[in-house]
Design a protein around this ligand. Sequence first.
Ligand code: GNR
Ligand code: NI
Length: 175
Amino acid sequence: MALREIIIIPDKQLRLISKPVETVSAEVRRLADDMFETMYEAPGIGLAAIQVAQPVRLITMDLVRKEGNGLTEPRAFINPEVIAASEEMNVYEEGCLSIPEYYAEVERPKQVRIRYTDLDGNVQEEDADGLFATCIQHEIDHLNGVLFVDHISKLKRAMVMRKFEKAAKRGIKYV
Ligand code: GNR
Ligand code: NI
């Protein structure tokens, strides 16, 4: 396993449409392993492959592990799709490892049904609710080049984008 660098805005790669995974090869499984290590180290609850500069439709997630509790529930989603969404909406304060230290409320469908391929190559369907629903929608957005700030007001988005653009020009990571 190896840590990979998480790219941050305004890196244009974050706007790429990621390509479907054709076969769950050893290379795909190694990328997933590296993404778990990178996600736990960050720490974050989810990670899309494009956040480590790999434009493929692969997501890792762990909604269980908290600082030092020893429990993990690593999950990987390949080629995930939302196949149904509730009319009921939910608001959650989101953050993103590619937009460090910025948080904002985002409204999304409260429940979604997803279809995806697992690391054994089996197609699965599952209902997601609560934080799982929020996180999987946030990650699927990444696969389509969409960031959570695309769901907030234009003014707030312009402010956060400008802050990171200025920091990038000055050659620092952020602040
Ligand atoms: O670690 C993360 N926390 C989080 C909190 C609320 C909603 C979504 C997320 S995902 C984020 C990690 C990340 O950037 N995934 O793409
Ligand atoms: Ni994110």
